[in-house]
Design a protein around this ligand. Structure first.
Ligand SMILES: NC(=[NH2+])NCCC[C@H](N)C(=O)O
Length: 405
């Protein structure tokens, strides 16, 4: 895969969680965060109202920490704007953003016409930050009945978490299918980027946003040929089944480990409780580590075979063909562990084996990681963290050095 990828000049492909990170897609938070209010923040999946300027500073420091380690940083907003240079992309974008039945025909037609007149940057901004009723002069019954502050196109503050809206599996990309209504439209944007951006021309898409729910935060590339997929609040049982069929049919993996996780906000994705920090080591939330189980899914080319549930580390080591998958045991007491898990202490982003980025505030977890020989690059996330996502959630690796020899 890698040779073909490099020969053809395609700069994408991911076969592990820890191969040297070369290119990553981030989203610099923008005006979509300025739409959050105390009345809509729950629905929009934020726990507070971030100070946007500071969140941007924190995010810039995150991007700089990556560049300092020779990682190329792509921005979703820029890729989107560039994609919208294509008239076909603009038409698809406008149609997608205005399909909501809340609009009614008059308003829909008005919006389609006015969005159609925007330049690519203006349209990208409307797609990300949304459009408020009092920002347009639409006229008509629906406009009159809606409140000034109602959104005609909802803002997408969770674009920040680029991990979830697409995930690279080898040299294909999965445009995911997000479960929460507040996030569903995000994948219209990643779909546009991977369809229309010249950088990704011709890329094979292994999943799409109209299929059963799968979120990227649930998908871990444990090593070449092995995916672990969390099943809980976001990714559904049917989602992991569909993803397994898709990756098997394209020979992108030989084993998919389905990992049930508690259906609650604190553990919304597998990467909130488990991330990889070395080729053979994971950091796990201690309060859940013992009970985590996995069902290994394999195929004979026709049927799926589902193994009996086994402890996650055992099933993962078997699938990877190694003796042991080590767990970095932070040894934290249950209360400290719970506090640091909530603050995304387990949500590390590996830049290479034994090097990761973490929020500085998860002091104890970071100290234990260092004692275990893992380098920790700390970033501040006092504002970024109000969206309940850490460095792994805020990054979509596009290219990692392959783990395969
Ligand atoms: N991969 C992750 N853990 N992403 C975190 C996403 C947080 C976001 N506010 C949500 O609720 O969807």
């Amino acid at each position: 895969m890698t040779e073909a990828r490099q020969d053809s000049g395609k700069a994408y492909g991911v076969d592990s969680e820890v191969g040297a990170l070369r290119t990553v897609m981030l989203h610099r938070p923008g005006n979509e965060l300025r739409r959050l209010t105390p009345r809509n923040n729950d629905k929009l999946l934020f726990d507070g109202i971030p100070w946007v300027g500071r969140a941007q500073d924190e995010h810039d420091a995150f991007a700089q920490a990556l560049r300092d380690r020779d990682v190329e940083v792509l921005y979703l907003g820029e890729l989107l704007t560039e994609s919208l240079a294509d008239p076909a992309a603009r038409a698809q974008a406008v149609a997608g953003a205005t399909e909501d039945l809340r609009l009614g025909d008059t308003l829909r037609e008005y919006l389609q016409a006015s969005l159609g007149e925007l330049d690519p940057a203006g349209l990208a901004e409307a797609l990300m930050a949304g459009v408020r009723n009092d920002e347009v002069r639409a006229g008509g019954l629906v406009t009159s009945l809606l409140a000034h502050e109602d959104f005609l196109i909802d803002p997408l503050p969770n674009l920040l978490f680029t991990r979830d809206s697409s995930v690279w599996i080898q040299d294909t990309v999965a445009v995911t299918s997000l479960a929460m209504p507040a996030r569903m439209r995000e994948t219209q944007l990643t779909e546009l980027i991977y369809t229309f951006h010249p950088r990704f021309a011709g890329v094979d898409k292994v999943y799409d946003h109209q299929l059963e729910h799968v979120e990227g935060g649930d998908v871990l590339a444990l090593g070449p040929g092995v995916l672990a997929v969390g099943v809980g609040e976001r990714t559904t049982p049917a989602g992991v089944e569909r993803l397994a069929r898709r990756v098997f049919s394209k020979d992108l993996a030989h084993t998919v480990l389905a990992v049930p996780i508690a259906q609650q906000r604190a553990t919304m994705h597998l990467d909130t409780v488990c991330t990889m920090v070395d080729k053979d080591a994971v950091l796990m939330y201690p309060n859940m580590a013992e009970e985590m189980r996995a069902l290994a899914v394999t195929t004979d080319g026709d049927q799926l075979h589902i193994a009996e549930p086994e402890p996650f580390l055992v099933a993962a080591a078997k699938a990877l063909g190694i003796d042991t998958l080590r767990r970095i045991d932070t040894g934290l007491d249950p209360v400290t562990a719970e506090r640091e898990q909530w603050d995304d202490g387990n949500n590390t982003l590996a830049l290479a084996p034994r090097v990761c980025i973490a929020y500085e505030r998860t002091v104890e977890t970071n100290a234990r990681l260092e004692e275990s020989g893992i380098e920790v690059i700390r970033i501040s996330g006092s504002e970024l963290g109000s969206g309940r996502g850490g460095p792994r959630c805020m990054s979509c690796p596009v290219l990692r050095s392959p783990m395969t020899a």
